[in-house]
Design a protein around this ligand. Structure first.
Ligand code: FES
Length: 217
């Protein structure tokens, strides 16, 4: 199966995922990461995110992953990620630990690698069940690798998602983030905001039409 034929993972998929994939593809093109837009066939997996850790976040000391009101600059994660592989990377900032996982069925997911309990590093354990699991060794925290939801242990919230986009050449890019538990559409509407009105309209973001009207008058 070619990359372009791969279905996006169903679990957690938002109805606006297709539109979101188009917008994220355009985002990469706009950033001049490639000039051949027609060549880009995106498999967008709406996943992951990143947070900075339970204590610091709870205390308001540290920023939470996904808090930005604008899209971060797209970042290449890897040239290729084969089924059964994972890769650690930093996104959106150089201090923001993140993890991308290619599941056995081809699904591609990305999350913050910062545990929502006390900010220890989260790992992928491939040998735990059919999909493996995201595991925090500090206090035996476990997250569902397809959704980021807490499966066991003390973490209070799901892992924030990172939006991953795969190009036809197999390269994987991180393009946007979401807060813990935040739906795809809400995250993209927040980050597209007023700076990308066409994208906001396509996604059906609240206030997008109103913004457009006000700009006409
Ligand atoms: Fe991850 Fe406690 S820091 S379970």
């Amino acid at each position: 199966m070619s990359v372009t034929e791969q279905p996006a993972p169903a679990p957690g998929q938002d109805p606006g995922a297709d539109a979101a994939a188009d917008q994220l593809r355009d985002r990469i093109s706009a950033d001049s990461l490639t000039t051949r837009r027609d060549y880009l066939r995106i498999i967008a997996t709406v996943s992951g995110g990143l947070a900075i850790g339970g204590v610091g976040v709870a205390a308001g000391i540290l920023h939470r992953h996904g808090d930005s009101e604008t899209l971060p600059e797209a970042k290449k994660v890897t040239d290729r990620l084969a089924p059964g592989q994972s890769i650690a990377f930093r996104f959106p900032g150089d201090e923001d630990r993140a993890l991308a996982v290619r599941l056995a069925d081809g699904g591609l997911v990305g999350y913050s690698a910062v545990c929502t309990h006390l900010a220890c590093g989260v790992l992928w354990r491939e040998d735990r069940g059919p999909d493996g699991e995201l595991y925090c060794p500090c206090h035996e925290g476990v997250f569902n690798v397809r959704t980021g939801e807490v499966a066991a242990g003390p973490p209070p919230r799901p892992l924030p998602r990172i939006f991953l986009t795969e190009l036809a050449d197999g390269s994987v890019w991180a393009t946007a983030t979401a807060r813990s538990g935040e739906p795809l559409k809400d995250a993209l509407c927040r980050e597209f905001g007023d700076s990308h009105p066409a994208a906001s309209r396509q996604l059906g973001c609240p206030g997008a039409a109103r913004t457009t009207e006000s700009r006409r008058t």
